[in-house]
Design a protein around this ligand. Structure first.
Ligand SMILES: [Zn+2]
Length: 70
């Protein structure tokens, strides 16, 4: 899976280790929602946010799995 082809946006600071080696990309999930994915290269923390709100990975997976419109 190679999702990191989009250019990185402005550098974010990791909230866990305060490092600046954070890759942040925006992805559109299969349910149509647009989420920001940030991955820290320092501590390997990964976070998902949508409209500034943190999402947990379970929520993201559910959204990404929905292929049908109910
Ligand atoms: Zn970190």
């Amino acid at each position: 899976m190679s999702l990191v082809t989009a250019p990185a946006r402005s550098l974010a600071i990791c909230t866990t280790c305060a490092g600046n080696r954070v890759t942040s990309i925006t992805m559109t999930l299969t349910d149509g929602s647009s989420v920001d994915f940030a991955s820290c290269h320092g501590c390997e923390r990964r976070s998902w946010t949508q409209g500034g709100r943190a999402l947990d990975i379970a929520t993201v997976l559910v959204k990404a799995k929905k292929h049908k419109v109910a």
